[in-house]
Write a protein that binds this ligand. Sequence first.
Ligand SMILES: [Ca+2]
Length: 174
Amino acid sequence: MDFSSILYTVVIFVSPHVGGNAIDTIEGPGCPPSFKRRDEQCFKLMELRANWPEAKLYCQVIGGDLARITDGDLQTTIANLVSKRTGGRYWVDGSDILQSRVFRWMKFNGKSVHFDYTNWIPGEPKHPSDKCVEVCNNKNGMWNDLDCHERIGFICHARASPGVEMKFKEEMDC
Ligand SMILES: [Ca+2]
């Protein structure tokens, strides 16, 4: 299946499930449409029902990618995002699909980055067949390895435009 076919499949089959359930859709300055700005980053938290590959492609289609948690500040931001939800589970970009039990933040061009920062739930990751990473709101946003085929919510991320950031700060100072 080529990329256009995959994209068509995602738009047709994922959008009806997640489009109507989007939350945090207040547009942030310097962010892609429908992303919300948190500090220097843009996020879009999507409610239920996409597997990991669908979630990743969906985030890419709307101008971002699945969220990567590469330091404690981002972990705090993600934890705050999911803290208002009850029972929420959300995909982030981590996976060990390239090398079993070696988790990485994945990238669109096939390159990836090993985890330098982690915030696993104690005892996780513990299931070699669970190859994708979710954050759990009932665990303060800590991480769990989960079967990539599970259909849960997900968190998209995009970089904020630096130029818009300056304008945004000036406006906020007035
Ligand atoms: Ca697990």
